[in-house]
Design a protein around this ligand. Structure first.
Ligand code: M6R
Length: 607
């Protein structure tokens, strides 16, 4: 959601800004813009509605050799997507780009009578506010920014340029990420480290409440209260290959196919097959603290929530003495929920920047509850604010639809649950099957993807005529069905919803008709027969059903996709691969934008 880039150095700023914005395209946007300054401070402002290619058309007629500039991809919050509302916004000498939301912008705008507003955005208000403290260059830019930010309520990551000082950029953050890339004779900024890959490996992650003055060879950071901050330079681990399609037509397919490797990264060094145990160092809890845990609260949004829900079913299986509750972050943050003593909260987020999840983390911490991150993006805000954490290490997930992160989030949480069970003295051997299956997962994922891809592609062609889908499952196949339905709806725009099989008779059964098709997840196991009865109920009412199973299936459904029955416990996770591929091929068959579905952003950094 929204992207920021910036450059000051010896190279062409326009080139970096455009290539950086393209790297951030995956986050979702509806307009884009850049501004650069020449050595006299003369500005070239280019903005366009729609894709970055529209901006590039303008750029072709306005090429400059400027060595400093800032750029932005906008995801509309205040004011429609349009060129006039696109960033950067100008006020007097100031150009400013902004991620986040200025909540008191209306109130602030009323006092800024000297500025003639052109857009409907909260960002132009911030630009005008900075300009009002700048005194035509009488005061340092950084001071003007600090003065302005002290009046602001809301969230922001900003980058600011002044035509009076064409050799510095001022950046600041509160609730919206900003990374400073330290190069040789150049300094770069971005809201996401992926824009810096290939330019520098050295990064400084700005913290909330910090402001930095940046030149081509210096970074000075202080807090809004003027306390100096000594910058911690960290290594960017991502390489170029990780953010390229690598021969695949879409990032989504690449990320689905990457899962044997990405899960192997999650498991690396954490599974001891010989002893039948897992070792999860990240959470940083002592054996005694682990033994004391009585409640787990798992918090996430979207796919991360589904991963949490699925993990909760597993954790309950082998740690019956603790209760596990999985909650949707946007709801939980406003509930008056009582967190009992001896609770631990798992904060699940691929991006580590989701606004609602972050807000929950902060609420939960206020109550004194220990928080553990299950995060992918290294150095992200959630990763930095939790008390301890486990990175899932799946590498950058570029496609808006989350796939490889889901698989690894579930397994990381299952491993955390096993760590608790081990500390609580689970009977020797009782966890063995879990550990064995975890170790086998990467290989089984590889096999499943190979086995089913062709069949799934055909099925997608067949079912693409439907506009409505119902996903069904019981037990661990139920959260898996929820995830399958989310995948289908978000990229192929099919109205897909998931129900627990047992809920069918309580309402959803009334939906069954020729407008709908059903996807039933039916793993072998204690509830197999019950699921079979439910399938019959749907068939008796004229359903059109695709069954995903790991065992023989003899009912007269429309289609059956059978995966290997080798995994007894984690089979639903393999079934989810079928759902992922199905959503992918359905979207391709319908001709929609696979990696950037309409109206969505990869990282939801506003509420
Ligand atoms: O980055 P996060 O894991 O916190 O993101 C949470 C959701 O926004 C995300 O999973 C979303 O639901 C995906 N687009 C689903 O594919």
């Amino acid at each position: 959601m929204c992207g920021i880039v910036g450059y000051v150095g010896g190279k062409n700023a326009q080139d970096f800004l455009i290539s950086g914005l393209k790297r951030l395209e995956y986050r979702g946007y509806d307009s884009a813009g850049i501004v650069t300054l020449d050595e006299n401070g003369e500005a070239t402002l280019l903005r366009a509605k729609g894709k970055i290619s529209n901006l590039e058309e303008k750029l072709a007629k306005n090429k400059r050799e400027d060595k400093i500039g800032i750029g932005h991809t906008r995801w509309a919050t205040h004011g429609e997507p349009s060129e006039i509302n696109a960033h950067p916004h100008q006020a007097g000498d100031i150009y400013l780009v902004h991620n986040g939301i200025i909540e008191n912008y209306k109130e602030l705008r009323e006092h800024l009578t000297e500025h003639e507003f052109k857009s409907q955005t909260d960002t132009e208000v911030l630009a005008a506010l900075v300009n009002s403290f700048y005194g035509n260059g009488k005061y340092p830019l950084v001071n003007a920014v600090v003065q302005a930010l002290k009046l602001v309520k809301g969230t922001y990551g900003i980058a600011v340029l002044s035509t009076k000082n064409p050799d510095e950029i001022v950046v600041a953050r509160s609730g919206s990420p900003l990374v400073i890339g330290v190069g040789t004779g150049e300094t770069l900024i971005a809201s996401d480290a992926s824009a810096l890959v290939g330019h520098t490996k050295q990064a400084i992650y700005l913290n909330d409440g910090e402001v930095a003055r940046i030149t081509k060879d210096s970074v000075e950071i202080k807090t809004l209260n003027a306390e100096p901050v000594s910058a911690k330079v960290e290594e960017i681990e991502t390489n170029l290959a990780a953010i390229q399609k690598g021969g695949y037509e879409h990032f989504l397919l690449k990320e689905i196919m990457e899962q044997p490797k990405s899960l192997a990264e999650t498991l690396r060094g954490r599974v001891n097959l010989e002893q039948g145990v897992v070792h999860l160092g990240g959470p940083g809890l002592s054996e005694q603290e682990l033994r004391k845990i009585k409640h787990l609260i798992i918090v996430g949004c979207g796919t991360a929530y589904h991963a949490g829900l699925l993990a909760s079913y597993y954790i309950e299986q082998f740690t019956p003495e603790i209760t596990v509750e999985t909650v949707i972050a946007s709801e939980y943050r406003y509930r008056n929920a009582y967190i009992p003593e001896n609770s631990v909260a798992l904060i699940v987020s691929q991006s580590g920047e989701t606004a609602d999840t972050l807000a929950c983390l902060r609420e939960i911490k206020k109550q004194g509850t220990k928080t553990i991150g299950i995060v992918n993006a290294i150095g992200s805000t959630i990763a930095r604010e939790v008390d301890g954490g486990t990175y899932v290490h799946v590498g950058p997930e570029i496609s808006v639809a989350s796939t490889k992160a889901f698989t690894s989030q579930v397994m990381a949480m299952v491993m955390f649950g096993l760590t608790i069970a081990q500390a609580k003295g689970a009977k020797p051997g009782s966890l063995k099957l879990y550990v064995e299956e975890i170790a086998k997962m990467p290989e089984m994922i590889e096999k499943t993807l190979k086995d089913v891809e062709g069949e799934v592609k055909k099925a997608a062609e067949k079912y693409k005529k439907y506009e409505h889908a119902i996903y069904l499952g019981r037990d661990t196949a139920y959260p898996t069905a929820m995830e399958g339905a989310l995948k289908l709806k978000e990229i192929s725009y099919v109205d897909a919803n998931a129900y627990a099989f047992g809920e069918l008779k309580h309402g959803p059964l009334a939906l069954i008709d020729d407008r709908f098709f059903e996807v039933a997840l039916v793993p072998e196991g204690p509830l197999y027969d019950k699921a079979i009865s439910n399938v019959q109920e749907v068939l008796a009412r004229g359903g059109h059903m695709l069954v995903i199973t790991d065992t023989d299936f003899n009912l007269p459904v429309d289609d059956v996709i059978k995966i290997s029955g080798e995994l007894k416990i984690f089979s639903p996770i393999l079934m989810n691969l079928v759902s992922q591929l199905f959503a992918y091929y359905m979207t391709v068959a319908k001709g929609y934008n696979v990696d950037q579905p309409r109206n969505l952003a990869k990282s939801v950094t506003v509420e």
